[in-house]
Design a binder for this molecule. Structure first.
Ligand code: AQP
Length: 328
């Protein structure tokens, strides 16, 4: 790795990767590749915090890496790798679990509360997942972590754990900063704009998957919930559904929200939705053309190369941390 600042981010190979993942995270990574040394991880250990079908999981790991490539991540500039190929991620997690993380920290994590609800029969891994995420970031002396809004609390926890460790044992970890782009930071569900668009949503009408058939995607946009006012206006508080659609439209088209409000002034939601449906369909057709041209064997080679490149970096940080706490 060269002397550029380090960027780390990742996506879990679970469920259907959707426009929220793309607009809130992956799309923003593309521009960072020239200025920073970017590390993009397929975070498969995170995916197994909930039950996965082994065959499906294998397919999803390749799928995510392909989605990175089809989105414009260039393996000549950035490192793409699979988390479980570098055992240091789980080793550091155990150390942080013991010497830095507290139950009181993890009890505050809202994502855990959202996912577990009242169910006590969830995995310990689901509860501990923010510590694994901290390890992912800290192993590579990361400077910046570009994510969607939902991950902000986890990056704050990462900073707390790193500082606590450094203060007690001496400096091992760089303290990372979170980067959240305002536009698209939280794309909401198409069927319920009070919750984020989510891979694990119970209805497929919640999200547009990047691998959705374009006609299916059009149908989902046409069925997206709106209010009954018929005014295309950005107002998150009073018109969350229409504001969400405007955000998606603006980010995919490059038009500003203001331009779109002007374009659809006085025309109700019909034309607005039809045009957005067509835009989404065209985006998916072009994305999937790139996706389908990427061979699985090439992806496997890229992941192998990425793991080889990063293993020694991760190992240096891990050994440094071990040494400090008296394990070497
Ligand atoms: N709705 C969203 N809007 C903007 N950004 C989002 N991200 C996720 N949902 C939205 C961002 O996508 C990146 C990868 O997410 P992840 O794979 O770590 O899983 P997640 O954050 O738990 O996302 P999902 O899709 O909602 O999955 P489930 O349903 O499994 O919880 C992150 O940068 C995230 O911020």
């Amino acid at each position: 790795m060269d002397n550029k600042k380090i960027i780390f981010s990742g996506v879990q190979p679970s469920g259907n990767i959707h426009l929220g993942n793309y607009l809130g995270a992956i799309k923003n990574w593309i521009k960072l590749q020239d200025e920073y040394q970017c590390l993009f991880c397929v975070v498969d250990y995170h995916a197994i915090t909930v039950k996965q079908d082994p065959k499906e999981l294998k397919k999803k790991i390749i799928e995510i890496a392909k989605i990175y490539l089809a989105s414009g991540i260039d393996p000549k500039k950035s490192v793409i790798f699979q988390q479980s190929q570098i055992s240091e991620h789980t080793e550091l997690t155990w150390m942080l679990n013991c010497v830095s993380a507290r139950m009181s920290d993890l009890n505050k994590m809202t994502q855990y509360k959202d996912k577990a609800g009242d169910n006590e029969n969830v995995s310990v891994g689901l509860f501990d997942y923010p510590v694994l995420m901290a390890s992912d970031i800290l192993l590579y002396q990361t400077d910046l972590v570009p994510v969607g809004e939902d991950q902000k609390q986890h990056i704050e926890l990462t900073r707390v754990l790193a500082k606590r460790f450094n203060n007690e044992y001496g400096k091992v970890f760089k303290i990372p900063e979170v980067v959240i782009k305002k536009e698209g930071a939280r794309i909401m569900g198409l069927d319920d704009a009070s919750k984020k668009m989510s891979k694990s949503a119970s209805s497929e009408f919640n999200y547009i998957a990047l691998l959705d058939d374009s006609d299916r995607a059009k149908k989902k946009i046409m069925k997206a919930v709106t209010d009954s006012e018929g005014v295309v206006k950005y107002d998150v508080k009073n018109k969350p559904e229409v504001s969400n659609l405007l955000t998606v439209y603006s980010l995919l088209s490059g038009y500003s929200v203001k331009d779109l409000e002007d374009k659809y002034k006085g025309s109700g939601y019909g034309d607005f939705k039809k045009d957005l449906a067509e835009l989404v369909a065209q985006f998916l057709i072009s994305f999937q053309e790139k996706y389908n041209n990427i061979k699985d064997e090439d992806v496997e080679k890229i992941l192998e190369k990425g793991a080889k490149e990063l293993k020694s970096v991760a190992n240096t940080t891990l050994n440094n941390a071990k040494e400090k706490i008296g394990l070497n």
